[in-house]
Design a protein around this ligand. Structure first.
Ligand code: PGA
Length: 260
């Protein structure tokens, strides 16, 4: 990221369906200790719903911010098992991961449904982390850019200009998630560059240049520096490596080192 860039790196941990309340406390305490005071890199942890309240207590007044992994796009009502944006706000949640490929695949979430969630998140002052990405067969068929652009435009449909820069995009090639296979920095940059270009078409250059585009998919301390060195990679959405405080802290440090 050039020093003239208005974008601050964002490192977000997606804990997925991992960690009891007790385990969540054990994981977040060393993170708060090590990187909770610096303000150069924006740090977000996304525990499961059941651990949000405890983690909220532990990160209060630090630079570790709280994210959720989903929401339901209604204010309240007969939606057994679901969680509203207002319920998340009450727990001091400020980010929410939406459209993760696991939700698209296992829970049949469509682009239209994800778009509803994005808009409801924004109306409730939550920053959506909108996930997009192609499967291996789509990549092999040369369809990556087309798929990613379609998901991006559909996910952001009717998002107003004044709210757009609260949206974070996460490019996560599905074949790289949890597999140990990372996109090369060049492969990732090609897609990130195209995402930025599409954002410019939709929202104009000023807003597009202020929006953060994260890379996700087997990002680890040993490959973070070269990914973060790409001009349109503004941070990471981290699964596996966010479940261990030491490796997550190293990722934040990799982003801090790029700043210097
Ligand atoms: P990973 O997961 O880092 O374990 O590949 C990333 C994600 O699914 O957000």
């Amino acid at each position: 990221m050039a020093s003239s860039s208005p974008r601050r790196y964002l490192i977000a941990g997606n804990w997925k369906m991992n960690n009891t309340v007790h385990e969540a406390r054990e994981l977040v305490q060393p993170i708060v200790h090590d990187v909770g005071q610096q303000t150069d890199v924006h740090v977000v942890v996304c525990p499961p719903f059941t651990a949000l309240a405890k983690v909220a207590e532990l990160v209060v007044n630090t630079n570790v911010h709280l994210g959720a992994q989903n929401l339901y796009p209604k204010a309240s009502g007969a939606y057994t098992g679901e969680i509203s944006a207002g319920m998340l706000r009450e727990l001091f949640v400020s980010y929410v991961i939406l459209g993760h490929s696991e939700r698209r695949e296992y829970f049949q979430e469509s682009d239209a449904f994800i778009n509803e969630k994005v808009k409801v998140a924004l109306e409730n002052m939550l920053k959506p982390i909108l996930c997009i990405g192609e499967t291996l067969s789509q990549r092999e068929a040369g369809k990556t850019l087309e798929i990613v652009k379609t998901q991006l435009i559909a996910g952001l449909k009717d998002v107003s200009l004044d709210k757009a820069d609260n949206v974070v995009i996460a490019y996560e090639p599905i074949w790289a998630i949890g597999t140990g296979k990372t996109a090369t920095p060049e492969m990732a940059q090609e897609v990130h560059g195209e995402i930025r270009k599409t954002l410019k078409d939709v929202f104009g250059a000023t807003i597009a240049n202020s929006m953060r585009i994260l890379y996700g998919g087997s990002m680890k301390p040993n490959n973070a520096a070269e990914l973060l060195a790409q001009p349109d990679i503004d941070g990471g959405l981290i699964g596996g490596a966010s479940l261990e405080a030491k490796s997550f802290v190293k990722l934040v440090e990799a982003a801090l080192a790029r700043k210097e």
